[in-house]
Design a protein around this ligand. Structure first.
Ligand code: ATP
Length: 349
């Protein structure tokens, strides 16, 4: 068995009056790691649950490989799902938990033991096989839940915020493990998260959702470097991209503190300039601003400026000595500017 792609075609899901997913078109390639990313309520869990067969689309079509699965029961979809809550069987040992899906399939005991050993080695669970879930840490339970999903070798793995119960250090460790697992298994992973760091570090492509709609579907670098609209621009990146409303005439953006040239054609008169904090260079002219707040984080300093009445955030080196009230000059990295239509919010350049 191999990986299978996943295709959503005009998929819509309404719960009474509330429309959770609005006409979703999304084609995931076989073996791809795709994250569904967005704020709470954007429809990502509903999308995953429809793929799992736990919710039925109001309209539209879902395919796994070349099979339409709209009417296929969850157990017949050749998928495995890992939930946020690990839902391990408390009375079974780790080994029995991992072996359970195989036992249900009717696999012989000796073969089950071989498969459990293989998974336990992969997830470094060998020493824990005889323990009960309550004798494990959160991270260990997480790995057992993953192991139970992995043991069946399904075509598609569905993961719903599987790392959200872990502390920061363990999350970082598990991110690396998941990247490694995806590489060795070569299966399709569909991963729901509201954590942009998880999506950025693990995904081949990120589907950014808002209000039940897909706002961008692209590799992490592209989502960061060329956000398709103001929502994606503001959602990806910490601190977020600065957005400055201004006018646009004859290829020139103008704002009380900033002017910038663009080569776009057909831009409207009202636009929004986007610039990431790392692309605001303090002390390098030609623009002027006043320092409002200085936040040293250790390895850098986040500086909040007032630029002609607009807030503007910059990343500065840790050793920058700036104080509130200081007048500073700044420049914007010309090749890193973004331009959006103020009305439609779509990217222009
Ligand atoms: P979160 O990160 O908070 O889980 P999400 O992006 O996964 O959010 P969904 O759980 O898919 O969002 O929900 C999308 C919208 O659909 C929300 O407005 C939610 O209130 C609504 N919704 C989800 N499930 C149901 C349901 N069973 N009945 C009614 N409305 C629902």
């Amino acid at each position: 068995m191999s990986a299978a792609g996943v295709t959503f075609t005009r998929v819509r899901k309404a719960f009474g009056e509330a429309v959770a997913v609005k006409g979703l078109d999304l084609a995931i390639r076989p073996g791809e790691f795709v994250s569904l990313l967005g704020p709470s309520g954007c429809g990502k869990t509903t999308t995953l649950r429809m793929l799992a067969g736990l919710e039925f689309p109001t309209s539209g079509e879902i395919m796994i490989g070349d099979r339409v699965v709209n009417d296929v029961a969850p157990g017949k979809r050749d998928i495995a799902m890992v939930f946020q809550s690990y839902a391990l069987y408390p009375h079974m040992t780790v080994g029995e938990n991992i072996a359970y899906p195989l036992k249900k399939q009717g696999m012989a005991k000796a073969e089950r033991a071989t498969q459990v050993a293989r998974i336990a080695a992969m997830l470094k669970l060998e020493a824990l096989l005889d323990r009960k879930p309550r004798q494990l840490s959160g991270g260990q339970q997480q790995r057992v839940a993953l192991g139970r999903a992995l043991v069946r070798s399904p075509k598609v793995f569905l993961l719903d915020e599987p790392l959200s119960n872990l502390d920061a250090k363990l999350r970082a460790h598990m991110r690396a493990e998941l990247i490694e697992l995806h590489r060795t298994l070569g299966r399709t992973f569909v991963y729901v998260t509201h954590d942009q760091l998880e999506a950025m570090t693990m995904s081949d492509r990120i589907a950014v959702m808002e209000g039940g709609e897909l706002r961008q579907f692209a590799p992490p670098r592209e989502v960061y470097d060329r956000p398709a609209n103001l929502f994606v621009a503001g959602f990806i990146g910490t601190p977020p991209m600065n957005t400055l409303p201004g006018g646009f005439t004859d290829g020139t953006f103008s704002h009380p503190a900033i002017t910038a040239r663009f080569t776009v054609t057909g831009a409207p008169a009202r636009v929004v300039l986007g610039v990431r904090p790392e692309d605001v260079l303090i002390g390098q002219g030609p623009h002027r601003a006043t320092v409002r707040v200085v936040e040293p984080t250790g390895h850098e300093t986040i500086v909040m400026l007032d630029a002609g009445g607009s807030p503007l955030t910059a990343r500065a080196p840790a050793e920058a000595s700036l104080n509130p009230g200081d007048a500073v000059s700044f420049a914007l990295r010309a090749e890193k500017l973004h331009l959006f239509d103020a009305e439609s919010q779509a990217r222009l350049d």
